[in-house]
Design a protein around this ligand. Structure first.
Ligand code: ATP
Length: 308
């Protein structure tokens, strides 16, 4: 590759997320649920390289099983690239190379992170004219979790999860995440929650969702023990009902020293909050010894950005 072409390759990175708190309200007229979420971006990054090409193409590899990721126009990153091109009136296409580390269909927003990285990479490749507010608006068109993957850090999301305000978080939180093969479909988990709420065991929401103020206090204080008392995920009951073996993982992690365990987003990834880096390492060792693929991550980390 010539020097000129080499510099025309933009490398961007975007983080996966955990939902520390996720309250699901009623279904809205547009078919989406009203939610209130506390997001934290964690140190599991998707990498995207963008380079000029006559067409819009994508290749996908990674440290996780990428078999379920479409390498055509259904790919969220490629749709992001097309949106940026349209917005800028750019003729010509792009080739995106994606390296995935976030478990696919794992409830950690990997596809959204790819889209966010593609938005910033293509904007940079084609002149860098779109500001962050504009990219946020494009991101919201692609999916509810894309705006947060752009923003990163720790944030509260309302509406479909895409109306964001940053949350003050001190220090760092150490998590151990356990991905599972196969994944769970987010729409299916929501449908299952709706079905469970028709039954006697799970109450339907009585009011609009909102994030517990105890979560905000714990984040502001940088206190994982306090945060562990108030983490919550309304999708967890549905995810556990669809994949009952996750219960065993949650129990094992909690008995092995986690402050709290929960299903991440729509699952099936399980996330454990720990006291700190050393405790996370100990837990990772225990879970690995029990045969799980356990990853130590921390948050908050920055959102999508160009790194080269
Ligand atoms: P959510 O953001 O809804 O929590 P998730 O984290 O559970 O999603 P993702 O890995 O983002 O799951 O992908 C969900 C589905 O989206 C995949 O099964 C795949 O079919 C589709 N998809 C489209 N583009 C991508 C992409 N770039 N990476 C991963 N999945 C993608």
């Amino acid at each position: 590759m010539s020097e000129a072409l080499a510099t025309e390759r933009v490398h961007a990175r975007a983080p996966g997320k955990l939902n520390l708190f996720f309250e699901v309200g009623a279904v809205q007229d547009d078919g989406y649920h009203d939610v209130a979420s506390a997001y934290q971006a964690v140190s599991l990054f998707e990498e995207v390289w963008a380079e000029p090409s006559p067409e819009f193409t994508v290749s996908v590899s990674g440290t996780v099983d990428v078999a379920g990721v479409p390498a055509d126009d259904r790919n969220l990153a490629l749709r992001a690239a097309r949106l940026v091109a349209k917005e800028l009136g750019h003729e010509g296409g792009v080739h995106l190379e994606i390296v995935k580390r976030v478990p696919v269909a794992g409830g950690m927003g990997g596809g959204s992170a790819d889209a966010a990285a593609a938005l910033v990479a293509c904007d940079a490749l084609w002149g860098g004219e779109l500001g962050s507010a504009h990219l946020q608006r494009l991101g919201a068109k692609l999916g509810a979790d894309v705006p947060f993957a752009l923003m990163g850090g720790t944030a509260i999301g309302t509406g479909r999860g895409d109306r964001l305000s940053p949350a003050l978080a001190q220090g760092r939180f150490d998590w151990v995440v356990v991905p599972f093969e196969g994944g769970l479909s987010t729409p299916e988990v929501y449908r299952h929650l709706d079905a469970l709420r028709e039954g006697p065991d799970i109450a339907p929401p009585l009011r609009g969702p909102s994030v517990d103020t105890a979560v905000l206090h714990a984040l502001r204080a940088g206190d994982p023990v306090a945060l562990a008392q108030c983490v919550r995920n309304d999708l967890q009951s549905a995810a556990l009902s669809l994949q009952p073996e996750l219960r065993e993982t949650l129990e094992l992690g909690e008995s092995a020293g986690a402050l709290a365990g929960m299903v991440s987003g729509s699952g099936p990834t399980v996330a454990f909050l720990t006291l700190g880096s050393e405790a996370a390492l100990d837990l990772q060792v225990s879970l690995t010894a029990a045969g799980y693929n356990a990853l130590h991550v921390h948050g908050p980390v920055p959102g999508a950005r160009v790194v080269g």
